[in-house]
Design a protein around this ligand. Structure first.
Ligand SMILES: Cc1cc2nc3c(=O)[nH]c(=O)nc-3n(C[C@H](O)[C@H](O)[C@H](O)COP(=O)(O)OP(=O)(O)OC[C@H]3O[C@@H](n4cnc5c(N)ncnc54)[C@H](O)[C@@H]3O)c2cc1C
Length: 716
C-alpha cells in the first residue's frame, strides 16, 4: 500500500492535514503499525472532499479524537466514512506521547502535534442502524454497551432526533398516552426531578425529547449520530449491505448522494413518518391551508387561534389532539370528519378503567387480563398453559373471554358517557373492544374532551369531503357545506419502510409488507396457519368482526381493509428467516405495542445477541421456522379487525407474552415476579403488572452470562 504525500489539503476548508509518526495499533490479536494524521476535528466530516476523494481507496482507517490513524497492511477494508463518525468511540488504551493539540485549536500547535496511542479495536463488527427514535437509539445504546469498541453509525433523515417527539413534530399540549414511568428505558429511568414530570402525569412531548437526548448522552452514542442523512436504497451484497444515502445536511451542501457499506444493518424507520394524505378536487380559489397532521406543529401558531373553525379529517388520536387544541381556543370550533368506509372512531379510554379503577396501561401488562387474548406464542406449559387452554380451548372458558371483552368495552363507554348525548354517541367505536389493537388511545387532556363535544365546540360528522370549493367552503359527499379556516388531515401513515430495496425481489425475500397477491406457496402457507389458529382458538373464528355499531346498517358488513395486504413476515417480528445464516439484518420497532419502551429494550438485546452470534436459534428446520413466522404474523393480521395487524404486528394484550418469548430466546425467564416456597409466585405473576422496571439490568445480566460462560463473545 502506498502512502499519500505528507501534506494533504482539504479543498473544503483549505486546511492542512499532516502526516504524523508511526504508531502501534492493536487490532484483534495483531499489532499493526500505523501512521497518524493530524486534522482538526471540525474538518472530519464524512462528506468532505478530503475523505471522499483523497482517502477513499486506502485500506483501513481508524480515526482518533482529532486525527486519523492509518493502518499499514490492515486486512479489513471498509468505508472510511463510518470510521470518522466513531472518532469519539475508539478505546484509546494509552497515549504514549503527551503532545496533544491544545484546546485552543491553534493550527500551528496542531501541525506539530504528534500522537502516539494504543488503540484496541475489538473486531470487524460494523453495525449501522437507521432511524433515530426510541427503537433506533435503544438498539445503538445496547449494542454499544455490549460491544464498546464496535463501530456503530446511526443515520437519521431529519435534522433532529425523536421521530414523533422531534422538536419539529411536537406542539404545545402534546403528551404521551403513557403515564410517567412507562415510557423510559429500563436502565435509564426518567427521574421525576430531573425531567420535571411527576408520577401519575402523562409525559409532555418536549420532555420525551429532553429524555431521549439525555439518554443518548448518558449511553455515549452521541458520537454515532449522523443527522440529515436519508437512506434511499438498501442493496444486498454478497457480504453485508450497501446503503445509498442522500445527505440533506446543509453542512454537506445538501442533496449530496453517497454510498456506504456495512456488515450488519438494523432498520428502525418507524411506522409514523410517511404521511398518507387524501387528495380532494380543489378549486384554485380555495383559501384555507390543507395540511397533514405531521405539519400541524409548523402551522400551529396560525391554525390554533381564536375565532376560527378547523376541519379535522380522521378519527385517530392525532385527530382528537388537533380538534382539542383548536376547539379550546376562545370562540373557536372544530369539526371531526369521520369517513363511513373506514374503521370509525378509535377506542379512547380514560387512564383508569374497570370498576376497580385500574390504570389501563397496567391492566394491559397484567397477565391475568392477558390470558384473555388467544396468543400463539404465549407459553403453553405450567400454570399459564393450563389457564390458557381452559380459557380458549373450552366452551366455558370462551364464555368468560367473551364476557371479559364485553365488560371492558362497556366500561369505557360508561366512563366516557358516550351514549348519553347524541353528539358523543357518534364517537362510540364501531367494533367491539376485542378488535381494538392499537386503535386504542388514552385521554390525556387537561379538561374533558367530551364536554367540548356536548357544548358543540367539537362537531362530529360521519361523511367524506367531496371537494374544497371557492373561498373557505368545503362540500361533503352528503351535500353538507361548511366554512373552514384550515383543513388538517389526520389521515395516518403510509405503510412499509418507504425505501427501495435492491436487487429486485429482495423485499419479498426479507418479508416486507406488500399489497401484491401472495404466490401459490405463500397463499397455501397462509391458509395452513389460519387453519391452526382457528382450530386452537375457535373464538378467533366465531367472533363478530363486523362494524356492528356503524350508524349506517347497510355498511356494517362491508370490507374495510385490502384483502391482498400482507404484513411483515419476520421471525419474532425482528428478522427475516431468509437471512438466518448470515445474521446480517434486523428490523426494530416494526410493530406497535403499548409497551414501546420495554419492547425496544428487549428487541435491542435480542438483536445484539443475534448479530454477535451469542443468541442460540431454535433447533428446528427452516420450514418450521417459516411456518411459525407466518403463524404469528397471520395471527396479528386476524386478531384486531380495527388494528393494523395486516401490515405489522399490532400488540396490546399480547405484548407481555411477546416479551416472554424474547426473554425465553435469550435464556431468561420472562416471569420476574419472584418465587414463594421455591415455586413461581403465580399470584403475583397473574395480578401484578409489568413495566420497564421489571426488565431493569437485563443487559448487564446478559453480559455477565456471556462473559461468564467462558466462550466470550462470538462473532458470526
Ligand atoms: C403523534 C404521535 C403520538 C404518539 N404517542 C405515543 C405514545 O404516547 N406512546 C407510545 O408508546 N407511542 C406513541 N406513538 C408511537 C411512536 O411512534 C412510538 O412511541 C415510537 O416513536 C416508535 O419509535 P421508532 O423508533 O420505532 O420510530 P420513530 O419514532 O418513528 O423513529 C423512526 C425514525 O426513522 C427516521 N427515518 C425514517 N425513514 C428513514 C430513512 N429512509 N433514512 C433515515 N432515517 C429514516 C425517521 O425520521 C424517524 O426519526 C406516537 C406516535 C405519534 C405519531
Amino acid at each position: 500500500m502506498s502512502f499519500k504525500p505528507n501534506i494533504i489539503v482539504s479543498k473544503e476548508e483549505f486546511r492542512s492535514f499532516f502526516e504524523g509518526p508511526i504508531i502501534q495499533v492493536h487490532v484483534s490479536e495483531d499489532i499493526n503499525s500505523a501512521k497518524v494524521f493530524t486534522a482538526h476535528k471540525n474538518l472530519i466530516t464524512p462528506l468532505s472532499l478530503f475523505f471522499t476523494n483523497t482517502l477513499k481507496e486506502w485500506r483501513l482507517w481508524i480515526s482518533t479524537q482529532d486525527g486519523i490513524v492509518m493502518l499499514k497492511g490492515g486486512s479489513e477494508s471498509f468505508s472510511l466514512q463510518p470510521q470518522l463518525i466513531y472518532c469519539g468511540h475508539l478505546p484509546i488504551k494509552e497515549i504514549l506521547t503527551a503532545s496533544k493539540p491544545d484546546s485552543t485549536h491553534d493550527w500551528d500547535t496542531e501541525m506539530e502535534a504528534q500522537y502516539k496511542i494504543l488503540v484496541d479495536i475489538e473486531d470487524s463488527t460494523l453495525a449501522k442502524l437507521y432511524g433515530l427514535c426510541l427503537y433506533g437509539i435503544t438498539c445503538a445504546a445496547t449494542f454499544h454497551r455490549i460491544h464498546p469498541t464496535s463501530r456503530i453509525l446511526i443515520l437519521e433523515s431529519t435534522s433532529s432526533i425523536g421521530g414523533p417527539w422531534a422538536s419539529h413534530r411536537i406542539f404545545p399540549g402534546l403528551k404521551t398516552n403513557n403515564l410517567w414511568g412507562t415510557y423510559e428505558n429500563p436502565d435509564f429511568p426518567m427521574g421525576e426531578e430531573k425531567f420535571s414530570v411527576k408520577k401519575g402525569e402523562h409525559v409532555p412531548a418536549d420532555k420525551v425529547t429532553e429524555y431521549l437526548k439525555a439518554f443518548i448522552e448518558e449511553t455515549g452514542i452521541d458520537g454515532c449520530l449522523r443527522l440529515g442523512t436519508k437512506v434511499e436504497v438498501v442493496e444486498k451484497m454478497d457480504e453485508g449491505w450497501r446503503l445509498h444515502c442522500n445527505s440533506t445536511s446543509s453542512r454537506d451542501g445538501g442533496g449530496s448522494k453517497f454510498v456506504m457499506s456495512t456488515a450488519k444493518l438494523i432498520l428502525s424507520v418507524g411506522l409514523v413518518n410517511r404521511p398518507s394524505i387524501p387528495r380532494y378536487p380543489t378549486s384554485p380559489d380555495f383559501a384555507p391551508k390543507v395540511i397533514h397532521s405531521i405539519d400541524f406543529p409548523h402551522h400551529f401558531p396560525t391554525i390554533v387561534s381564536s375565532s376560527t373553525h378547523t376541519l379535522v379529517i380522521g378519527s385517530g388520536k392525532s385527530a382528537w389532539d388537533v380538534a382539542y387544541a383548536c376547539a379550546t381556543q376562545p370562540s373557536s370550533t372544530a369539526t371531526m370528519l369521520i369517513r363511513p368506509s373506514g374503521n370509525g372512531p378509535i377506542w379512547m379510554s380514560p387512564p383508569y378503567v374497570t370498576p376497580l379503577g385500574l390504570w389501563l396501561e397496567k391492566l394491559v401488562f397484567t397477565r391475568f387480563f392477558g390470558y384473555m387474548s388467544p396468543c400463539p406464542w404465549a407459553e403453553m406449559s405450567g400454570f399459564e398453559g393450563w389457564i390458557r387452554t381452559f380459557l380458549h380451548g373450552t366452551w366455558l372458558g370462551r364464555k368468560i373471554v367473551g364476557a371479559f371483552w364485553g365488560i371492558l368495552g362497556d366500561d369505557v363507554i360508561q366512563l366516557n358517557k358516550l351514549n348519553e348525548h347524541p353528539e358523543t354517541k357518534k364517537l362510540r367505536p364501531w367494533r367491539d373492544a376485542f378488535e381494538v389493537g392499537n386503535a386504542l388511545s388514552i385521554m390525556n387532556y387537561p379538561t374533558n374532551f367530551f364536554d367540548l363535544v356536548r357544548e358543540g365546540k367539537i362537531k362530529v360528522i360521519i361523511d367524506e369531503v367531496e371537494k374544497c370549493g371557492v373561498g373557505k367552503e368545503v362540500v361533503l359527499k352528503g351535500g353538507q357545506k361548511m366554512k373552514v379556516d384550515a383543513v388538517v388531515c389526520a389521515t395516518g401513515w403510509k405503510s412499509g419502510a418507504g425505501l427501495k430495496f435492491k436487487p429486485e425481489g429482495l423485499e419479498k425475500e426479507l418479508g416486507l409488507p406488500t399489497k401484491n397477491m401472495p404466490d401459490t406457496d405463500d397463499a397455501a402457507l397462509v391458509e395452513k396457519v389460519k387453519a391452526e389458529i382457528f382450530t386452537r382458538y375457535p373464538f378467533m373464528k366465531s367472533r363478530d368482526t363486523s362494524r356492528l355499531h356503524h350508524p349506517d346498517p347497510s355498511l356494517r358488513h362491508t370490507q374495510t381493509s385490502d384483502p391482498n395486504q400482507q404484513p411483515y413476515r419476520l421471525y419474532r417480528f425482528l428478522i427475516p428467516p431468509s437471512d438466518l445464516q448470515h445474521r446480517s439484518i434486523g428490523f426494530a420497532g416494526a410493530l406497535m405495542s403499548l409497551g414501546n419502551a420495554s419492547c425496544a429494550y428487549l428487541q435491542s438485546l435480542w438483536l445484539a445477541a443475534y448479530f454477535d452470534g451469542t443468541l442460540p436459534l431454535p433447533e428446528v428446520s427452516s420450514e418450521q421456522l417459516k411456518y411459525e413466522t407466518y403463524r404469528d404474523t397471520q395471527y396479528c393480521a386476524l386478531r384486531n379487525a380495527m388494528g393494523y395487524g395486516n401490515k405489522f404486528p399490532d400488540l396490546v394484550f399480547d405484548s407481555l407474552p411477546y416479551f416472554d418469548a424474547l426473554m425465553r430466546d435469550l435464556g431468561f425467564d420472562g416471569k420476574r415476579k419472584g418465587m414463594v416456597f421455591g415455586m413461581k409466585n403465580w399470584g403475583a405473576e397473574s395480578f401484578r403488572s409489568y413495566g420497564p422496571e421489571d426488565y431493569r439490568g437485563l443487559v448487564d445480566e446478559w453480559q455477565k452470562r456471556v462473559e461468564g460462560d467462558g466462550e466470550g463473545k462470538k462473532n458470526v
